[in-house]
Each structure stands twice: as structure tokens, then as C-alpha cells.
Design a protein. Structure first.
Length: 274
């Protein structure tokens, strides 16, 4: 099974897409994908579909969507020659459901593996390897995370967490490239990365606009660093959702890395004299 979440949601069994025309069914699938190989409580699925409160027959409606997903999974699996039954792929577990990928690929897992390798390389002082791994990780993004389906509170929370992961990777990549003195190359590569995906929030939206209009201008990076620190002084608001993932730092801990010296290791004066 192949999962894609760093952009438009897509799932395939072999070469065949797993897709439902029913929008709520696609929301259920997206939420199961975001927590692939882990149990998703039924209450979290219900909160995604009916955030204003459970309607009459909510349990039957949820079971309908699970049944629809198993039907399309079963058809795709059979066509792909897989021997796994749909009830094993989309398994019922105590209190909820789990999407069992059978060891398949996931762009999110690849992103986490590459960023982890990049962060470890930075800690070891190998800035060249760190820059390569983080650039590879960011190349996996093709758009806003978990796009293509409506977002209830659960998918909003996952998308927000993934956006924070993207921001952290961008910031650490910029750090590595600047410490290598590669600000010209960084401007060019950043423009490509931000063309595929850029949160509509400062300072990233401003960075994208500056790169489009000013090109390989060292002041673009200087202005970005200043704006990034100003953004990190803004109040932190909790993310919505009922299925938190504690592996990712929240915005306060993310910005703490900047305060501790992640980006400031390249002084603005160095850019001005480059």
C-alpha cells in the first residue's frame, strides 16, 4: 500500500487507487492514513465527521463509511493480486480502527526518516549531509498537507502538525546552508521548494514573494531571519483535535530552537558582507 499525504491525499494498492466518491468516506480514509498502522478511536472519527455533535444514527453512518472503504480496498487488493482481506487492511480494534499498510510506503514516513537523518547530521557537524537530507525531505511536498478532502477538527490538527514539521525542516535546512556559505544556492532552491508548498503565513509567504521579485538577493535571507524571530514571539495557540501526536514539538518548543541559536549562528553581518 502506498500512502501520499504531503500534498493531495492519495492511496494505492499496487497501481490501483483506493478512492470513494463519498466525501465523508474520504475524510475517514484520510484520518486513518494520517495515523497509519496505529489505532484511531471511533470517537476521533466521529469528531471529524460531526464536530457539532453526533446525529441520530451516527454509529450506523460510521460503519457505513468503514464498509465502503473495505469494499474499495478489497476490490483494489484483489485486482492487484494481494491475498490480504479488506478486514485485515482496515482492521477493527478495541474502540476503533487501524489502517494496516502491510509495510507499504508513505511519503510522511520517508519525510520523517530524512529529516531525522538531517537533524542527526547537523548535531554531528556534517552540514553537507544535513543539507542534502533536508532538501530531499522537502522535495516530497507537493502541496498543503492532507489536501483534497474537507478538514474537520482532527484533520486540521494533523495538517497543522505536519506544517510545523515542514517549517522546522525549512528552518534547519536554511541554517545548514547558510553556515556553509551557500546563500545564493539557497535562494534558488528555496524558490523551488516554496513553489510546491508555502504556508499562507508570515514569514514564509513574505519569503516566497521576496524570492519571486528579488531573486538571489542576500537581503531576502536577512529579512527572513528577522521575520522568523518576530513570528516566534507571537502568542502560541493550542492546536485543535482529539488525537495528539506527541512526537512533534509544538510551536513554542520549535521556536525555542531558534532562541537557542539554530538560525542566529549565521550573523546578519555575514550576509551583508558576503
Amino acid at each position: 500500500m502506498e500512502l501520499r499525504m504531503l500534498g493531495e491525499v492519495a492511496v494505492r494498492e499496487g497501481t490501483l487507487p483506493i478512492y470513494s466518491a463519498e466525501v465523508p468516506t474520504r475524510q475517514v480514509l484520510a484520518l486513518l492514513m494520517a495515523a497509519a498502522d496505529r489505532a484511531v478511536p471511533a470517537y476521533a472519527l466521529a469528531d471529524e465527521l460531526w464536530p457539532q455533535g453526533l446525529p441520530d444514527g451516527a454509529q450506523d453512518a460510521l460503519e457505513h463509511h468503514i464498509g465502503r472503504l473495505r469494499a474499495v480496498i478489497g476490490a483494489a487488493s484483489q485486482a492487484a493480486g494481494s491475498e490480504r482481506p479488506a478486514e485485515q487492511v482496515l482492521a477493527s480494534v478495541p474502540g476503533g480502527y487501524r489502517l494496516d499498510t502491510g509495510g507499504g510506503s508513505s511519503d510522511l514516513r520517508t519525510f520523517e526518516r530524512l529529516t531525522g537523518a538531517g537533524y542527526r547530521a547537523m548535531e554531528a557537524g556534517d552540514l553537507h549531509l544535513a543539507g542534502r537530507r533536508l532538501r530531499e525531505a522537502l522535495a516530497l511536498w507537493t502541496g498543503a498537507p492532507l489536501s483534497g478532502v474537507p478538514h474537520g477538527p482532527q484533520l486540521q490538527a494533523h495538517a497543522a502538525r505536519l506544517t510545523l514539521s515542514w517549517q522546522r525542516a525549512v528552518d534547519r535546512w536554511i541554517d545548514a546552508e547558510l553556515r556553509l556559505g551557500r546563500w545564493r544556492e539557497l535562494c534558488f532552491d528555496l524558490a523551488q521548494v516554496l513553489t510546491r508548498y508555502c504556508p499562507d503565513t508570515p514569514p514564509y509567504a513574505r519569503l516566497k514573494a521576496d524570492l519571486e521579485h528579488r531573486g538571489q538577493d542576500r537581503d531576502v535571507i536577512r529579512d527572513y531571519l528577522r521575520g522568523r524571530r518576530e513570528t516566534c514571539t507571537a502568542p502560541v495557540r493550542p492546536l485543535p483535535g482529539l488525537v495528539p501526536d506527541r512526537r512533534e514539538p509544538d510551536r513554542r518548543s520549535h521556536c525555542a530552537g531558534l532562541e537557542a541559536g539554530t538560525l542566529p549562528r549565521v550573523p546578519l553581518g555575514d550576509l551583508q558582507s558576503a
